[in-house]
Structures are given as C-alpha cells and as structure tokens.
Write a protein that binds this ligand. Structure first.
Ligand code: ATP
Ligand code: MG
Length: 272
C-alpha cells in the first residue's frame, strides 16, 4: 500500500524549477503549489514557457534545477493521478472513433491482459462534461467545443487528482469558452480535481481562478489574481512600466509607453 499523504499536502508542488533547452533559459526559478480542488492558470504570451512548464509537471521535460512533486512524490511515480489535455490535437473526420471509444481508451488497463470496455466509467466521464449528446458521434466530426469536452472526458476516465490542460480555450467562441470554464470550475469544486490550465487571456478564467502563474520570458509572478495582476508586480516582471486597468470587470495589462505595446500583449479580448 502506498503511504497515505497528510491532508495538508498540496496535490502539486513546484519548487525552484528552472529549465534550459539548447543552452537557452526557458523557465527560471518557478515556485507554486496547487491544493486539492484548486484552479491555477499559467498565463503568458507565445513562447513564455507555458507548455514547457506543463511538460515539466508531466515529467517529460528534464529540469536544470528544482523539484516537482505530485502528492509528495516525483511526477513519474504519480502518472496514474494525472490527466493531460495537450495543446495540439486533431482528429480526421473519417476516423472511425466515437466519443465513447475515445473516452474508453483513457481508462488505464494492464497492457498484458485484455479487459472489456467499461461502460460505467465511460458514462461517468461523458456525464462530467455534459457529453451525452455527442457520445456516439465520431470525434473528428464534433465542433471545436465538443471536441475539447470529448478530450477532457478522455483525460477524466482515469479519475485524475490533477488535470493539466494546455490552452483549452484557444479557438473556442465566447459561449463555448464560457461553457468550458464553468465545466472546469465544477470539476474542481464538486469533484475536488486540481486543475492547471494555460491561456493567453486570463479574463475568461477569472470566475474560477484560485491562483495565477503569470509568465513573462520564463519568469513568473505567482499568487491570487489580486496579488499578481498589479501594476507594481507586473512592471517588475516585464522589466518596464505596465499599467493594470479594469474595464467592465475585465483586466487589461497595458504598457505605460504605447510604443512598448508592440512587444507585449494586452491580456483582454473585449467581447462586450
Ligand atoms: N524542443 C524544443 N527545442 C527548442 N526550443 C524549444 C523546445 N520546446 C520549447 N522550446 C522553446 O521554449 C520556449 C517556450 O516554449 P513553450 O512552447 O513552452 O511556450 P508557450 O508559452 O507554450 O507558447 P505558446 O503560447 O505559443 O504555446 C520557446 O522559445 C520555444 O521555442
Ligand atoms: Mg504552448
């Protein structure tokens, strides 16, 4: 029997993580912890290091320094507790694979012994993403939002304690993104699943976020949204003056000098 962790142990603990790839510093001294049922967003522009950080948590990216633990153990010993939804995934429309087949493939099985499909576990995962309406449709023929939910159901089929999602909101329209954000919030609060989700724009995630890891050039500011998304904190992180504005409940990060706007994104896409 594996040791039962004490209740206060975070699900995920990232301590002093630095990553170099081909002599280039990609991540520098990243620290954060995610407790049971918390939602944590990794926010940053293209190339900020979000996917590299997720790959480090998955144990497929080697670290230059630091440690990553899942329930107090190295990630490689806790893979069965991890669900992962990658950034790039595409299905051919003619692939003869229904949503329920994809979800069944997510159930861990010993490779040396055939096991029949597990309709109960499949139905449970499909229900968790409100996917009953497309359970029998081919995954390659689903809409973008439905496909994201199908892939999340695949990841949930192994009953993870920690769910990692790489840009699940990219390419979704406003309504589908909102639906997905509410779904992630329910998974965290009702099922106690810890969630780490990457995005360029923090705004759609604000209603469910417990904490933020805001990455700029591989360095991070971490904490609650109120602690991190502040003019003084982000000015220090960017290395030049930025201003944080609120507009209709959305947060905008703007350079104080508009000429620098070419170099940084404004983390708000106004849907008003
Ligand atoms: N295998 C690799 N070989 C060389 N460079 C890499 C490799 N993987 C990542 N990088 C570099 O690391 C940096 C961070 O990449 P990463 O994919 O983590 O960024 P990201 O924040 O996920 O970006 P995006 O928003 O575009 O997905 C980039 O400069 C990228 O070119
Ligand atoms: Mg990425």
């Amino acid at each position: 029997m594996p040791p039962v962790p004490p209740p206060s142990l975070p699900i995920l603990q990232v301590a002093g993580v630095s990553v170099r790839i081909e002599a280039k510093a990609i991540l520098t001294d990243i620290h954060f912890a995610v407790a049971s049922g918390q939602v944590c967003a990794l926010i940053g522009e293209n190339g900020a290091g979000k996917t590299t950080l997720l790959r480090s948590i998955l144990g497929v990216q080697s670290l230059q320094s630091g440690t990553i633990q899942i329930l107090g153990q190295p990630a490689t010993r806790q893979l069965h507790r991890l669900g992962y939804v990658p950034q790039k995934i595409s299905f051919d429309p003619d692939l003869p694979l229904r949503t329920r087949d994809l979800v069944d493939l997510g159930i861990p099985r010993p490779f040396w012994r055939w096991r029949p499909p597990d309709p109960h576990a499949v139905a449970e995962a499909i229900h968790a993403v409100d996917g009953e309406g497309f359970a029998n449709q081919r995954v390659g023929r689903l809409s973008g939002g439905q496909q994201q939910r199908a892939v999340i159901a695949h990841a949930l089929a192994r009953k993870p304690k920690l769910l990692l999602l790489d840009e699940p909101l990219a390419n979704l329209d406003f309504a589908s993104a909102n639906h997905l954000v509410q779904l992630l919030g329910r998974l965290a609060k009702e099922q106690g699943i810890s969630i780490v989700v990457t995005a360029h724009d923090m705004n759609p995630l604000l209603p469910i976020l417990d904490q933020l890891v805001y990455l700029v050039g591989g360095r991070a500011a971490t904490g609650s949204v109120a602690e991190v998304v502040r003019t003084e904190v982000l000015t220090k992180l960017y290395g030049y003056p930025v201003e944080v504005l609120q507009h209709h409940g959305r947060l905008l990060v703007l350079p104080e000098n508009p000429r620098q706007g070419l170099e940084i994104p404004c983390y708000a896409h106004d849907h008003d």
